[in-house]
Design a protein around this ligand. Structure first.
Ligand code: SF4
Length: 318
């Protein structure tokens, strides 16, 4: 496009030449607590958006309710701050009717694995092209330290002051147990290079990419990941050419475990491990059927949409 303005110099604008920078995705100033792991995740997401050159006007972040679900406010993309546990149905609707958009979903552990658990399981089976991030801090933070499904057994909270009664739910095992699951990974916000590489792999996967991000809440569940944060020996990096390999971390995380992410049985064994924290792509299979390929309403032109609306209104004509 060329703008002429009297005798002023001609300004050439060409949207296709524009290169997005991280700052192009910065929204409102983040209001999470100082030290909250969500800050690191927001930075990784902005870095991913710039690396993938995703146009803000063609990108949507959908969230539920919780501290983590504030993330769309802090991005200059489209956003939908939904209701508790319902981020995935909203994202499904967006994905089916606007397949031209890139859709991300952000949920907390209380949001996804409790009230939203039914939607989570079926969204995994539908395998729509979505990047789904579970920001797991093992507590309900926004409502001031209530036990969530992923709270470790014995952890004291305001709702279970004598300690959580039950063993925690394992999101990786559930995700890997769902028929038609196509991408399951785990990363941690305190390992930003791995976090970014994992999100990038998730974004490049076709189908639903489920990424559990271990996230520290220094206010209400600071002890949950303390051992893994302070002692890298407690972490194992799953490495494979089809997974995530971050060589700059090799000297810190010396436990490197070769794992083929196409091996579902091995992925399930790793997901159940309790002796260490495994980070990496546990499973991926890009050949799994995607719901939008079989059921999506074909895109219509504006004229066709108007004709459809007219026809619908005519049904009520007297
Ligand atoms: Fe983050 Fe915890 Fe503060 Fe929520 S309460 S913003 S999860 S540190």
């Amino acid at each position: 496009m060329t703008l002429h303005s009297g005798h002023l110099p001609v300004l050439e604008l060409n949207a296709e030449d524009y290169e997005y920078e991280m700052s192009d995705y910065e929204g409102a100033r983040a209001r999470w607590c100082p030290g909250c792991g969500d800050h690191s995740i927001l930075t990784a997401v902005q870095r991913l958006l710039a690396a993938e050159q995703l146009a803000p006007e063609n990108t949507v972040f959908v969230s539920g309710i919780g501290c983590s679900s504030r993330l769309p406010h802090y991005l200059k993309t489209y956003g939908f701050h939904g209701i508790h546990g319902r981020a995935l149905p909203i994202a499904t609707g967006i994905r089916l009717h606007r397949p031209d958009l890139t859709v991300f979903v952000v949920m907390g552990d209380g949001d996804c694995t409790s009230i939203g658990a039914g939607h989570w399981v079926h969204a995994m089976r539908y395998n729509l092209d979505l990047v789904v991030m579970l920001l797991d801090n093992g507590i309900y933070g926004l409502t001031k330290q209530q036990t969530s499904p992923t709270t470790p057994q014995g952890f004291r909270s305001n709702t279970q002051p004598r300690g959580s009664w039950l063993p925690p739910l394992n999101p990786l095992q559930i995700a890997l147990g769902v028929t038609n699951a196509s991408f399951v990974a785990q990363t941690a916000e305190w390992v930003p290079a791995h976090l970014y590489a994992t999100l990038r792999a998730a974004r490049q996967h076709r189908g639903l990419s489920f990424v559990r991000i271990l996230q520290r809440c220094p206010i209400y569940s600071s002890a949950v990941y303390l051992e893994a944060v302070q002692h890298p020996a407690n972490i194992a990096m799953l490495v494979h050419d089809d997974g995530v390999v971050v060589h700059e971390l090799d000297k810190i995380y010396t436990n490197q475990v070769a794992h083929d992410p196409h091996d579902l049985d091995a992925a399930r064994r790793i997901a159940g491990a309790t002796d260490r924290v495994n980070l990496g792509v546990l499973f991926r299979d890009g050949s799994k059927p995607r719901y939008e390929e079989t059921r999506r309403v074909p895109p219509r032109t504006q004229a066709e949409r108007v004709a459809l609306i007219d026809a619908e209104l005519d049904r009520y004509a007297i």
